[in-house]
Design a protein. Structure first.
Length: 249
């Protein structure tokens, strides 16, 4: 008996190598033009137009017009989660590129996973937040504790405001390169945005790589050290005291 959504069409669309390159490029949560995507995918403008039309028709992409230009991005977070899951499966199955990109070491260290931080740094930060008791495991995946809300407030993040967004507050997101979880959800996005606002992190112009300033590196070391925050400098805010009950995320 055949029932449920018909996934073959979506799988076939993603399975094309050029379209896969387009979707992967848009995992950086940045809108790109057809010309930029054609260059990334290594195809002509005419060919990319046909690919983009199919992805739009399937609901995998959205498009916004500004003047003469049309900007494409992933349709929503569900598409981003699907792609990240596929990357995990592909990596586990050994479906890796025969020739590594020069960016690969940087990509593995810190990259965009749609709107939050992934890679080695993202995983280390997630594990430090768990270790310090700022996040705890819950039936829904993760919960923010009162001590965690204080810590995020210390970084300039209003967790009550973040929690009002129409998405999960915090969720573990399996990292394809580290095979451990990094912090996703609205809180993961807010934390990365705060790092960018403070000038501690910046997105690479042409890839998903995330770079950190000297102050950003200092803060990350303080946050992820075994005794995180005990010796934090003025450039890296100290951790607040632990304690408090959990909040569902």
């Amino acid at each position: 008996m055949k029932d449920g959504p018909h996934i073959a069409r979506i799988a076939a669309l993603i399975g094309d190598s050029a379209r896969a390159e387009v979707l992967t490029a848009l995992m950086a949560d940045r809108a790109l033009t057809a010309t930029e995507l054609a260059d990334i995918a290594g195809v002509t403008k005419q060919t990319i137009s046909a690919h983009l039309a199919k992805l739009l028709d399937a609901g995998l992409l959205s498009v916004e017009s500004q003047g003469r230009h049309r900007y494409f991005r992933l349709a929503d977070r569900d598409v981003a989660h699907l792609l990240e899951s596929l990357m995990n499966v592909a990596f586990r199955a050994g479906a890796v590129r025969l020739r590594s990109s020069p960016r690969e070491p940087a990509l593995r260290r810190a990259r965009m996973c749609y709107d939050h931080l992934a890679g080695e740094v993202g995983v280390q930060l997630h594990e430090a937040l768990l270790r310090q008791g700022y996040l705890v495991a819950s039936d829904e995946g993760l919960a923010l504790t009162e001590a965690g809300a204080e810590w995020f407030a210390h970084q300039g993040i209003d967790t009550a405001g973040v929690a009002r967004q129409r998405r999960m507050l915090c969720r573990p997101c399996l990292d394809w390169s580290e095979r451990r979880h990094h912090l996703g959800g609205a809180l993961g996005a807010a934390l990365l945005q705060r790092l960018v606002e403070r000038g501690w992190a910046r997105r690479d112009k042409d890839s998903r790589v995330v770079h950190f300033s000297a102050k950003g590196e200092l803060a990350l070391r303080a946050w992820t050290a075994p005794a995180a925050g005990e010796a934090a400098s003025n450039d890296a805010p100290a951790q607040p005291a632990r304690g408090g009950r959990g909040r569902r995320g």
